[in-house]
Design a protein around this ligand. Structure first.
Ligand code: EPZ
Length: 470
């Protein structure tokens, strides 16, 4: 089992490149099978959820050619099977996008009920309501959603809750229905807009994405395209909060600052400086953090996918804060783990009441889901001592080379899978520490003479190294 081991305390500094948006990419890859022609998708994040979806797609006959880590050619011209296997898709939520894509193109789809992170009950009634409104017969049998229609016909659909997944799924099916569809109370997230832009580049006729009314005029066929996915606003926000909690100075590159407005506003409120550039943001945080209140909301509100990250920051802020989770009811599971690191948080219903503490202390903790996992890593980066995080496969679902990107900012974090690697890490971080201690103490040597470490320094170093590794 792989774990992250982190030695906290280093302010993060430098520049980091953000990859393509996972949640846009999942929908776009599914939508890419709606033409028989070959589609080129660029700026794909190389994360586990994307790879699971691509595998499932190949199992129904989609040809996928990976040109490099972030680019793939997808051809849905030879799909032979309209039924997706449970085993190949059970771990990801976005499997439901194959429903909208297959139903739109072939008027039939059979997809297992979705899995994904355990952050709430996560019903899909709005997706099904939309498919039914378009004329599909939808039933759930033996763990599968089966949707079929003679013809799909455009319709007027009002979503009872603002749902990213339902908006995208209905948009895909309606793109190849007969006539016009209107989706009211649609989700406005940047990835909804990205999927609409992608479908339009394939010949679809979708207007209004990014507002709460989307109008779609169905077309008979879609065609090939080349498309580059937008940057991941949640990956970007995660690094922005990592800068905040470590009192760092980080420039997050390859982002669309407009998509980060809620995150930027909250970081400013808690005392960080955020500078926006054309395609980058710089977060500088030199002072102590201030408390605030935050409520998660659909875009452009504060994203639920950033809730654990801001909670980790507020638990270190001066004063009392309240975080309200209004999208998923089960998204505070990480709080018990954070408490093991010294946080003082009381959860009541969908509210977390936070009394800021002055520091975290490293502990062995478990990650309950993707974003919570990333937030716990951030806590570890700010903590005194060593933090070990289990179940990092959750984090790998949505963050590409997370530890490498953090290392490039000066973080002491490594992925380990044995006791030996842990000891090696501990030795390394204690040696790093002593290296700086030694440098500080060594008198400047006269020109031409090598500086010498005295034997007292040597003994002190060995003693402390032993203490750290025991
Ligand atoms: C998407 O999930 C994302 N997942 C989630 O990302 C993200 O947290 C969420 O949108 C909100 O932004 C993917 O894109 C694969 P919703 P989704 O439908 O589409 C309720 C991450 O960490 N609802 O917008 O499943 C639902 O229970 C994750 O990357 C219904 O009641 O979310 C929730 O309360 C996890 N009926 C609210 O709507 C429905 O039919 C919003 O859910 C659908 C949703």
């Amino acid at each position: 089992m792989e774990q992250y081991v982190i030695k906290g305390g280093n302010p993060l500094a430098g520049e980091v490149e953000i990859g393509g948006a996972k949640n846009a990419a999942l929908a776009i890859l599914a939508a890419a099978i709606m033409t028989d022609e070959t589609v080129l998708v660029e700026n794909l994040p190389d994360v586990r959820d994307i790879n699971v979806l691509l595998n499932a797609m190949t199992e129904i006959g989609v040809r996928v050619e990976r040109l490099d880590r972030h680019t793939a050619k997808v051809n849905g011209g030879l799909i032979g099977d309209l039924s997706v296997e449970y085993e190949s898709i059970k771990r990801i939520r976005a499997s439901y996008y194959l429903l909208g894509a297959l139903l739109g193109k072939y008027k039939r789809a059979q997809v297992p009920l979705p899995g994904g992170c355990d952050i709430g009950t996560r019903p899909i009634d709005q997706h099904l309501k939309g498919f039914r409104a378009l004329g599909a017969d939808v039933k759930i049998e033996h763990g599968f959603i089966i949707a079929e229609a003679e013809h799909l016909r455009g319709s007027h659909i009002y979503l009872d809750v603002v749902s990213v997944g339902a908006t995208i799924n209905i948009m895909m099916a309606a793109a190849m229905a007969e006539g016009g569809t209107v989706i009211e109370n649609a989700a406005k997230e940047p990835h909804v807009v990205d999927v609409a832009n992608f479908l339009n580049s394939m010949g679809a006729n979708i207007k209004g994405a990014g507002t709460d009314v989307i109008r779609i005029r169905g077309v008979e066929a879609l065609h090939q395209t080349e498309y580059s996915i937008i940057p991941d606003q949640i990956e970007a926000g995660t690094f922005m909060f990592a800068a905040a909690v470590t009192k760092g100075d980080v420039t997050v590159k390859n982002v669309i600052p407009k998509h980060l407005e809620a995150t930027t506003a909250k970081l400013s409120e808690i005392g960080c400086e955020v500078k926006e550039f054309d395609d980058a943001v710089r977060v500088v945080c030199s002072k102590g953090l201030k408390s605030t209140n935050v409520k998660t909301l659909p875009y452009p509100g504060f994203p639920t996918d950033m809730q654990p990250q801001i909670t980790v920051a507020l638990a270190l802020a001066n004063g009392t804060s309240m975080v309200t989770e209004s999208i998923f009811e089960n998204r505070f599971k990480y709080v018990d783990e954070l408490a093991r690191m010294g946080a003082n948080i009381r959860v009541k219903g969908n509210n977390a009441f936070i009394d800021g503490v002055s520091r975290y202390t490293g502990a062995q903790i478990c990650t309950p889901d993707l974003r919570a996992g990333a937030a716990l890593v951030i806590a570890g980066l700010a903590a005194e001592g060593i933090t070990m995080i289990d179940d990092i496969h959750f984090i790998e679902r949505g963050y590409e080379r997370f530890e490498e990107k953090l290392q490039s900012l000066g973080a002491q974090i490594e992925k380990i899978s044995s006791e030996r690697e842990l000891q090696k890490f501990k030795l390394k971080v204690s040696a790093d520490r002593h290296f700086s201690v030694v440098v500080d103490r060594t008198p400047v040597a006269p020109k031409g003479k090598k500086p010498q470490m005295n034997s007292q320094d040597n003994q002190e170093m060995s003693r402390q190294r032993l203490e750290e590794t025991c």
